[in-house]
Write a protein of this length. Structure first.
Lengths: 200, 408
């Protein structure tokens, strides 16, 4: 049997991450991949799809419900046991670190499943990295805004040039062993408290 | 200053994680030389997995969960021990308004009486079955939970077969009230504040409470990875002392406001202070404007609430057997008995000179009234600890108890 014949279900409320995993599985030759974002009515969907492998994100608060459903096999046609094998501690840790868990139909060979879990782990990690970078870019942008406002306050209140205002912020930050953005934020907050220095 | 011990503890955003949260937030852990790192989780499965792979040293757990882990009932389970209990009671059984109306028509009254409510529910279920309607669907938080076992115990004692006459599903606690309002479930058993939440929303009625089904009965515990506990006995003992002081603080009525404000923070329970008050005061709004005060509704400290009784573990074990989760064998029984560790609790607290129970197990249901026990000078009051149907659980006669259990 080719790898493409396995039916894989991805349950993830995060649509972007789910589509990243789906794309990865398709690139690896898996043609039967279904993605579910919402667990409402999931017992029926699972019975219809009859997945061989189920991938779930660890943030999903419905994990206890899903696990119980797999164990009970009343709604699901075939009993499903957790994929990760106890002997493979490194794999288990990598999966939990990445924030993903996987379940598989009993009896499927480990060699057939391992690439799927590895794929899910690497895509989850890639997603976290991307989310982190986005967050950094966002806070970078906000830092720049607050530094601009602080410069404006200094230029107005102390009659400094833009360059001199920035130099003053940087020197203060260095002396206090803090970030320029923190000094700028303190200045903006203080100015707000002390009166209508800015924005008049 | 760096601390002597660093302990990572997982918890779920439930009111009964309070003792663990307070140990960290109020400095009780730091006073014992512990840097306590609290990590909020989203499912019991995550707690289990992170304990198993060593991300957490200890965690807030459902009382039967360490048993299930040690008995290998769940995937990725590892040996987990219970050196401390996080409290007694705290759960309720809530039904939809429609089910309540049906129960009231069958003689239920808003008085929380488990026998009366159960008889009315049974009559309603038979009436519905006669009319060819779908079985009612109740939710619990986990198959290996006090909630699942006490709901089933109540139903079975009232002549309702929990597997045949109704359906039991799993729903995460914060989603219970919404699922009830949306009609996806007809009732549930969960800890506070998720019962009062449905009452406040006008979508549910509290019909009975854990404290009346089995008075002063076990609920959440501290589960510790056995390997970690064995390798770090001093850290564990220090943690148990910190938890002891935290539990005493939580029990003190003078601290209620501060406790509710602390738990209201998004990092912990993240629910408004007002909705936490029923758990703290035992004064419950049942719905329809009826208020009832429940004695010993939730005890974080009093009545030896933190002592990990082996009889509590063994009762959970009998229910696992009763509902087909595992066979009763001498090996399984031994694992269950060894899971709860009153010896560790006692040795950690001994230096504090506080009153400690002398026995490791008790006959559950034997104490009809609150009873002073323990050594001279130190005061300790236990019980009452009765089951609502008058049954007695004697852990020394466990075979007979298991043999006598009916499914309905």
């Amino acid at each position: 049997m080719s790898t493409g014949s396995l039916t894989i279900l991805v349950i993830d409320e995060n649509r972007i991450r789910a589509s990243i995993i789906e794309a990865g599985l398709r690139d690896a030759g898996h043609r039967h991949v279904t993605v579910i974002h919402d667990v409402a009515g999931i017992a029926r969907r699972i019975a219809e799809i009859e997945p061989d492998v189920i991938v779930i994100d660890l943030e999903n608060p419905n994990r206890d419900m899903l696990e119980n459903m797999f164990q009970l096999s009343r709604a699901v046609k075939r009993p499903i046991a957790m994929f990760v094998d106890r002997s493979d501690q490194a794999s288990i840790e990598a999966a939990v670190d990445a924030g993903v868990s996987a379940y598989v139909v009993d009896g499927l060979k480990k060699e057939r499943i391992k690439p799927i879990l590895d794929m899910a782990i690497s895509r989850f990690n890639a997603f976290s990295r991307m989310a982190r970078e986005l967050e950094e870019a966002r806070s970078e942008l906000e830092n720049r805004k607050v530094i601009d406002r602080a410069k404006g306050i200094l230029m107005k209140s102390r009659g400094l040039s833009e360059e001199a205002a920035y130099t003053l912020l940087r020197k203060t930050a260095m002396n206090q062993n803090r970030k320029i953005a923190e000094i700028a934020q303190s200045l903006v907050t203080a100015a707000g408290l002390l009166g209508p220095l800015e924005g008049e | 200053m760096s601390m002597a011990h660093e302990i990572t503890a997982g918890f779920m955003p439930l009111f009964d994680s309070a003792v663990l949260v307070v140990a960290g937030e109020m400095g009780f852990a730091a006073r014992e030389g512990i840097e306590l790192k609290l990590q909020r989780e989203t499912s019991w499965a995550n707690i289990r997995d992170r304990i198993a792979i060593g991300h957490f040293d200890v965690a807030h757990m459902l009382g039967p969960m360490p048993l299930a882990c040690s008995l290998g009932l769940t995937p990725l389970a590892s040996e987990t021990i219970v050196p401390f209990s996080l409290g007694l009671g705290g759960n309720c059984i809530t039904v939809s308004n429609a089910v309540w109306d049906g129960m009231a028509a069958q003689g239920a009254a808003p008085d929380l009486d488990p026998g009366r409510a159960g008889a009315a529910l049974g009559a309603l279920i038979r009436e519905r079955a006669g009319a060819g309607r779908e079985p009612l669907r109740f939710a619990v938080v986990h198959p290996h939970s006090g909630h699942n076992y006490e709901l089933r115990y109540w139903l079975a004692a009232c002549g309702i077969d929990p597997d045949r006459d109704i359906e039991i599903v799993i729903v995460p606690p914060p989603f219970m009230a919404d699922a009830l309002a949306a009609g996806r479930i007809d009732g549930y058993c969960v800890g506070e504040p998720w019962n009062s939440a449905a009452v406040a929303a006008g979508t549910g009625r509290i019909v009975t409470v854990k404290a009346l089904l089995w008075r002063n009965s076990p609920e959440k515990v501290i589960g510790a990875r056995k390997v970690w506990a064995e390798e770090n006995p001093e850290a564990l003992a220090a943690l148990l002392r910190a938890l002891h002081h935290a539990a005493r603080w939580c029990q003190d009525a003078a601290n209620r406001g501060e406790l509710a404000a602390m738990m209201a923070k998004p990092a912990f329970l993240g629910q408004p202070e007002a909705i936490q008050m029923p758990a703290l005061t035992g004064r419950l709004q049942l719905g329809g404007g009826v208020e009832r005060r429940v004695e010993d509704f939730f005890l974080p400290f009093d009545k030896a609430a933190n002592f990990p009784w082996k009889s509590h573990a063994l009762w959970f074990y009998t229910q696992m057997v009763r509902w087909g989760q595992l066979p009763h064998t001498p090996q399984n029984l031994a694992i269950a008995r060894d899971c709860y560790r009153p010896d560790l609790y006692r040795s950690a607290l001994k230096p504090l000179g506080v009153a400690l129970p002398g026995a490791n197990a008790k006959v559950e249901g034997a104490l009809k009234v609150a009873t002073p026990v323990g050594s001279a000078g130190a005061s300790l009051v236990l019980g009452p600890d009765g089951f609502f149907d008058g049954q007695i659980f004697d852990p020394d006669r466990i075979d007979a108890y298991i043999a006598g259990q009916k499914r309905a």
